[in-house]
Design a protein around this ligand. Structure first.
Ligand code: APR
Length: 305
């Protein structure tokens, strides 16, 4: 049973996630941790003030001390720097990997049976670091990236053919970056191929629109990155765990031979329930998809030592 959720990083994603969780789950305790003095505490106080309207009994803690995550059922890692315009992948990795190593050490010490959800970018590499550092069962380290990309995909399909996402069977997998795999041939709307509802030209534009969506948002916001959709995707993932849903969601997990990859993380469809990413679903891949997956090893080699 999920009673206590801790969020490391009370920035844009972390604070929005906390607000979503208060709306969507009945938790005993919700903890926000941030190194910026007063930030987590201030956010916690503001969130507490929604009690009079939302009518919850959750105890909310905002602090700078990792000790407050003790005994958490779920820990979400959103700490680090968000990608800003012009920032290189290497710069982002350098800063955020240090945060992930420290957070993993604390999670291992204080919440050894927690399920860890990573949101910090570069998502798949950070998920891999948390796996290595905590040595938790890989089911309990889940990267939230492909789920967000899938929500973006469903929005793009909706805008092209005005069919609501609940009628669309489509998802994104692979890395949570511009090399993500958006395979329109695998997508359907109530069992029918996309070309029943969309022009061939619109279908051909879908992958690139999804792949560039994050960058499009950063380009507009300039000093920060997306927060509403990442936070909501993370809430939905937490609900699937809390309610033991066994729902299939694309999430980043450590692969050990699946999809021909070993020791690296990428988004793949998984059954999500109270155990975490309980099982990985292997899909048949086209020659083009197999080629795209080869890029995963290269990406990890570039990022990790
Ligand atoms: N421990 C705790 N908090 C930290 C640490 C640390 N070692 N390092 C940084 N932080 C905090 C910052 O003080 C900041 O409040 O993490 C927070 C990050 O918040 P934002 O800068 O608002 O970034 P956000 O948009 O929330 O994105 C967080 O999620 O989607 C990804 O790419 C995004 O990696 C980024 C992460």
């Amino acid at each position: 049973m999920v009673k206590k959720v801790s969020i490391i990083g009370a920035g844009a994603v972390g604070s929005t996630l906390a607000y979503n969780l208060l709306n969507r789950l009945k938790l005993q305790e919700l903890v926000l941790i941030d190194i910026y003095p007063g930030l987590a505490c201030g956010i916690a106080l503001d969130l507490e003030d929604t009690r009079g309207i939302l009518n919850f009994s959750t105890n909310i803690i905002g602090s700078e001390n990792y000790s407050d995550i003790k005994g958490s059922d779920i820990v979400v890692l959103t700490a680090g720097v968000a990608r800003k315009q012009g920032m290189s992948r290497a710069d982002l990795f350098k800063t955020n990997s240090k945060v992930a190593v420290e957070a993993s050490r604390q999670i291992k010490k204080l919440a050894a049976s927690a399920i860890v959800i990573t949101v910090t970018n570069p998502l798949d590499v950070i998920t891999c670091i948390v796996n290595r550092q905590t040595k938790f069962d890989r089911k309990r380290v889940i990267g939230m990236g492909a789920l967000l990309d899938t929500s973006r995909l469903l929005n793009i399909i909706y805008k092209s053919c005005r069919i609501l996402p609940s009628s669309v069977d489509a998802f994104v997998y692979g890395l949570h970056n511009k090399d993500m795999i958006v395979s329109t041939a695998k997508m359907s709307i109530k069992g029918q191929k996309l070309d029943k509802f969309m022009s061939k030209q619109s279908i051909s534009q879908v992958p690139q629109k999804v792949q560039l969506r994050g960058a499009e948002i950063v380009k507009n916001l300039k000093t920060r990155s997306a927060s509403f959709a990442p936070a909501l995707s993370c809430s939905v993932l937490i609900e699937a765990i809390a309610f033991d849903k066994s729902e299939i969601m694309p999430v980043s997990v450590l692969l050990s031979g699946e999809y021909g990859l070993k020791g690296v993380c990428m988004g793949v469809p998984c059954v999500i329930n109270a155990k975490g990413a309980d099982s990985i679903i292997e899909m048949p891949l086209s020659a083009g998809e197999k080629k795209a997956i080869i890029k995963v090893n290269k990406f990890f080699q570039e990022c990790m030592i």
